[in-house]
Write a protein that binds this ligand. Structure first.
Ligand code: NAD
Length: 261
């Protein structure tokens, strides 16, 4: 049974992760968050370890560290993998190219599960979208992605929308960067065939909605996933941590954890 270290432990996801670990009977051996937040929500009932401000102090006490914090903090944790040698489950989004490079490098030393969305439903959605994109071809169907998240979310579009866009591009066998349209404004002209539109809505307490629409002449196919609780991401991440604890070093996604590959 892996002891878990949770980084970003007092945030929205961090608290859901503590609850999910407890529910799954997984011991939490370390909590990490920023000192200025220590006056805010405390560890959830039932988790008895203290929260520390530096992951370096506790990461090696866990078999797996789950990190849903901020890009700078997560990239530092990934860069330390050759030293701490603790398996990693990374949920932080918006890390950009530096983050992707750090993930690849860390995976040489430890198992790293990296997913912009840990819900089982979204990972099934990715499979469905790739298949639908291959059948509903670009000559007959225009593809658009719309995502909505709560007003505190810091990055846009969401990491999940990016994964969906990549699944669409893969299904259509095109390069996403050549066909992507990141929002629209002004005199945009007619929609080019094959374009993939990606749009972000922000507001309220929306946990995470994603809809992929295939818009044809006379019919529309729309595939949606609506997350109503962070618990779904947290449970998926804890499931990934239990799985990662027994894997050799390497880069893994939820496809591996769920056995899709
Ligand atoms: P949040 O702001 O509520 O929580 C983030 C926490 O990380 C905060 O408590 C903050 O103090 C802490 N933190 C930031 N920098 C830190 C550092 N240097 N050291 C220690 N702690 C630090 O945000 P959230 O809604 O919980 O989301 C966190 C991240 O997880 C975001 O990147 C979000 O996009 C991502 N997310 C991923 C998934 C997924 O399934 N992969 C799901 C939801 C959210």
């Amino acid at each position: 049974m892996p002891g878990l270290v949770i980084i970003g432990a007092l945030g929205r996801m961090g608290q859901a992760l503590q609850e999910a670990a407890l529910a799954a009977g997984q011991p939490v051996v370390g909590l990490v968050d920023r000192p200025e937040f220590f006056g805010a929500p405390s560890p959830v009932a039932g988790v008895s370890v203290c929260c520390t401000s530096d992951w370096r102090e506790v990461v090696q006490s866990g078999r797996v560290a789950i990190d849903f914090s901020s890009p700078a903090s997560t990239i530092a944790l990934l860069k330390g993998a050759s030293v701490h040698k603790t398996a990693l489950v990374i949920g932080t989004t918006g890390m950009g190219k530096d983050g992707e490079e750090a993930v690849r490098e860390a995976a040489k030393f430890v198992p790293v599960v990296f997913a912009a969305n840990y819900s089982v439903g979204v990972n099934l959605l990715l499979e469905l979208v790739e298949k639908a994109a291959a059948v509903l071809n670009a000559h007959q169907f225009d593809a658009e992605i719309v995502e909505a998240h709560h007003k505190h979310k810091k990055d846009a579009p969401s990491g999940t929308a990016l994964m969906l866009a990549n699944a669409l591009a893969k299904g259509r066998e095109v390069n996403l960067q050549e066909v992507a349209c990141w929002g629209r404004e002004g005199l945009t002209g007619e929609r080019p065939e094959g374009q993939i539109g990606i749009h972000a809505v922000r507001g309220g307490d929306v946990v995470g909605d994603h809809t992929v629409s295939f818009l044809g002449e006379g019919e529309r196919v729309m595939i949606s996933h609506l997350a109503t609780s962070r618990r779904t991401f947290a449970e998926g991440a804890v499931r990934a941590a239990i799985w990662a604890a027994t894997q050799p070093p390497g880069l893994y996604t939820m496809r591996h954890v769920l056995g899709f590959d």
